[in-house]
Design a protein around this ligand. Sequence first.
Ligand code: NAD
Length: 480
Amino acid sequence: MERLANYIGGEYQAPLSNRYFENTNPANAKIIAMVPDSNSEDMDKAVHAAREAFPAWKRTSLSQRSKILRKLSQLILEHGDEIAHLESMDQGKPVWLASSMDVQRSAANFSFFAGAIDSLTNEAMQDQETLNYTWRDPMGVVGLITPWNLPLYLLTWKLAPALAMGNTVVCKPSELTPMTAFYLTKLLEKAELPKGVCNIVFGKGDPCGAALVKHPDVPCISFTGGTKTGLDIYTKGAAQCKKIGLELGGKNPQIVFADADIEECVQKTVQAAFLNQGEICLCTSRLFVEETVYARFIEKFAGYTQALKIGDPQKKDNFLGAVVSKAHLEKILSFVELAKSEGASALVGGEALHLEGEFAEGAFMMPTILVGVNPKSKVMQEEIFGPVVCVHPFHSEDEVIALANDVSYGLSASVWTRNLSKAHRVAQNLQVGTVWINTWMKRDLRVPFGGTKFSGVGREGGVHSLDFYSQSKNICVQLS
Ligand code: NAD
């Protein structure tokens, strides 16, 4: 069994306490690795290494940084099979999905930001007497804290622009899914990223992540994870006036109007609700269907959902693998039980799936469609983050906009209609960071990505990421 190590200053280092915890494969409950249980002293070493590496990395040319990022992208693709296998083993998702989504997107994150700095321009303004121009400085040592649902995908989404802009970084991946971050360290070596530019410290949120947030030599933290953790990080970071980016939870509505292409919509809804076991922050969790097509829609939706295969993540025809842990499965089930106790019913699923043999101890949840859930209830208001979707009928455009906005989250939404004016009107009235019209989760890496309300602060993507990982300075020159 593998024993992971922290990657600090280009060296593999055991945690100073010499303490480790177990990392389990949620599909079969087997222990796959021992993970460093790092503390604030390990974090301090990593920040120190990043600080030492900063002046030289800041001076590297954009073309040199771009070259290293492109190399990393290529290496991820070359090692895609190993990465997909590790991601699946760690998180529970099917290998086919890890290959087609996580690996591809992780590679694209590096190649995209390599290109973005190749074509980066800054503002200049002139009048008769002065020239003003913008100079971008990197932030320094940047802390990156990431969750378990898309481990390498989300880590590289932050790492690539942070490195591109000349920062050095300390990463704190989720304690539940450390495998691909550890694998990445080998690729960083192959890409000849200078020692100390990227450091990875494994451990729990508190003390390990908390030490990164509190560290006085880390002026900038980018966090993706749960809202409760995000608020804690925001408050602690504010005490030191840090730049904080937060990508948090969601409770995403999908609105289906009667004039939508129902067949296409149902097929996409199956993905939107259940892809990656529903463990994507953008998954549809509240599905509002116009009353006149409600019965037809849910009949079709139930049919497709019942046909989904679940189980062995290695098997290509399984659409769902395991959820991330037994504890998470219990949390999902508790939401379903609560809904049932409040009078809702499970049209499909509603319980854990117990498999035989190798997977008997696995954390498998049946894709679940709940009907009859009160929109004000906890199940409709709080993030479940599993393969559970609540369906609710609506009668008018105004009513559904109010329903969709009636949560504390505001990450994304999708709207299905053939009426173009209605689509734009509804999209503009939804209090979310992203609206998809007649589609779901199409991601263009140039667009602003982030949440409103309790779904986050700030935007990632394209120039928004480059702005986040740098600070602009105006230089004013007297011309005459
Ligand atoms: P989490 O908040 O429990 O943990 C996220 C990371 O924060 C982990 O690395 C964890 O160790 C660390 N952490 C925990 N406590 C900390 C503390 N006090 N100080 C510093 N770091 C700490 O979230 P999770 O359960 O890993 O991830 C699931 C959540 O992530 C869901 O809410 C999901 O919606 C959200 N998410 C959001 C997006 C987005 O782009 N908005 C994307 C993916 C996931």
